[in-house]
Design a protein around this ligand. Structure first.
Ligand code: GLU
Length: 472
């Protein structure tokens, strides 16, 4: 165990792993590592109706994917909130014994009826002085003191809550089960958490939790509430409206490094990025530079287009071996990996996501003897110029003169250049009929490298098939 500050990431396993959660995890991770502290992963699994063990594994896998590894010495856990249920109840009991909490026998409906009658919102403190004993159906409520609660937040500064706006909130439900705010605080105390860094949506819980820390006899932790993520319409990202699951982005071919880098830009600007004219930085530099004081409290736009632009950069700049390894799961099992490796360097800068790769090069992996499928519009457009059939025939002849030993991108390009000069056509145009004949598409990776990888025999075979079709 390290001796520095103790951070935690405390997700509830109730669904796919949200990108906002991933960003909070990264913030905690960066701080724990930079400050020589600890990152505790606590799975808040007490909501039995909504929990699913599959989601827990999903969280652990997703964290590993973004580089938060359980093998790292700064990592502690996973711990499970459900394992600590007795401590939650015991803490509630201590609060009751010390007079910080009291039992109340009103049902939820009765609370609402009273509120309506009194013209107030929430619970009015009806049972504060009734001295009720615990019993079935009785909830335990915290006795919110008069005055105000001042929360010092590293992102938001001093946030003052008037306690009169906070009702005597429930700690134990009528069935004796602890509520989130209590379990969360008891666990944080027990795990000796010094810093709570989490999403803005938990700010309203914070005065209650700070009161609980004090009532349980502890100095509250340092708080930081990082800004909410919003979509293009400036609405909070929601799983009904928006693509929010990290797993989905992973499945769609986003690289983890690109995701991590992009998430770190949300609400925070890497010092020096303006001068550098780029927001692309390796994790080690972001980890060294990240400060909560520099996080802005205003909502951050999660811009999928920008994420993809980051991804494009990352794919372009990664090594070929790393690319080949990363893209492997996108490729059909039967594709020859050695052949893919040959074309890989020529497609890397054209990809927005890993998932785009197969469609770009599938013409290299057709079953033996099958011809590329070409749509009529692309065919007609490429073959329409009056010079196209002759050029195609002459290129085929010129290519046929090369044997495998001189079959490479340079000689193939030189051969087409000689032909096109005779037809007074520029290279860009001259490539079109060849490309469509051989690849079945009007766009794709660089043509001559593609032909080199495809090989002499198959290239010539496809060119001849196209010539036959033109002659029909
Ligand atoms: N389990 C809570 C959630 O997933 C997090 C609570 C916290 O970070 O304090 O929203």
């Amino acid at each position: 165990m390290t001796s520095g500050p103790r951070f935690r990431f405390a997700p509830s396993p109730t669904g796919m792993f949200h990108v906002g959660g991933a960003r909070s995890a990264l913030h905690n991770w960066a701080l724990a590592r930079r400050l020589g502290g600890t990152f505790v992963l606590r799975i808040e699994d007490t909501d039995e109706a909504r929990n699913n063990p599959e989601w827990t594994q999903g969280i652990i896998d997703a964290l590993a994917w973004i580089g938060i590894s359980s093998d790292d010495p700064h990592f502690e856990g996973p711990k499970f909130q459900s394992a600590n249920a007795d401590a939650h109840v015991a803490a509630a009991q201590r609060l009751a014994d010390a007079g910080h909490a009291y039992y109340c026998d009103l049902t939820g409906e009765e609370v609402q009826d009273r509120a309506r009658e009194l013209g107030i919102t929430g619970y009015d403190g009806y049972s504060r002085d009734r001295g009720l004993e615990p019993g079935p159906g009785r909830v335990l409520r915290f006795r919110v003191p008069d005055g105000e609660t001042v929360v010092e937040d590293a992102v938001r500064g001093t946030v003052t809550f008037d306690n009169s706006t906070i009702e005597d909130f429930v700690l134990l439900r009528g069935n004796g089960s602890p509520v989130f705010v209590l379990a969360n605080v008891v666990d944080d105390i027990e795990m000796a958490i010094t810093d709570v860094v989490r999403g803005e949506e938990h700010l309203p819980n914070t005065p209650k939790q700070q009161m609980l820390w004090s009532a349980l006899g502890h100095e509250p932790p340092r708080w930081a509430h990082v800004p909410v993520l919003v979509n293009e319409q400036r609405k909070k990202l929601s799983k009904r409206r928006d693509k929010v699951a990290l797993e989905q982005y992973r499945a769609d071919g986003i690289l983890p490094d690109a995701m991590v880098n992009y998430l770190m830009t949300l609400g925070w600007t890497m010092p020096g990025s303006e001068e550098a004219g780029s927001e692309i930085f390796p994790w080690s530099e972001m980890e060294a530079a990240f400060r909560l004081d520099d996080v802005t409290p205003s909502p951050a736009f999660f811009d999928v287009k920008k994420l993809i632009a980051f991804n494009k950069q990352y794919i372009k700049n990664m090594g070929v071996d790393a690319f080949v390894a990363a893209v492997d799961s996108e490729l059909p099992a039967e594709w020859d990996r050695a052949r893919f490796r040959e074309i890989a360097p020529h497609i890397m800068e054209r990809l927005e996501t890993l998932r785009d790769a197969p469609a770009l090069v599938d013409f290299l992996f057709l079953p033996d003897g099958s011809d590329p499928v070409v749509d009529d519009a692309s065919w007609d457009k490429a073959m329409q110029p009056d010079w196209a059939p002759a050029l195609l025939a002459e290129v085929t002849d010129a290519y046929a003169e090369h044997d495998a030993s001189s079959w490479n991108a340079d000689t193939l390009k030189a051969a087409i250049e000689a032909v096109m000069e005779r037809h007074e056509v520029k290279l860009g145009k001259a490539q079109a009929p060849v490309r469509v004949a051989v690849t079945g598409r009007s766009v794709g990776p660089p043509l001559f490298e593609s032909l080199e990888v495809l090989g002499r025999d198959e290239t010539l075979r496809r060119l001849r098939v196209a010539l036959t079709r033109l002659g029909d």
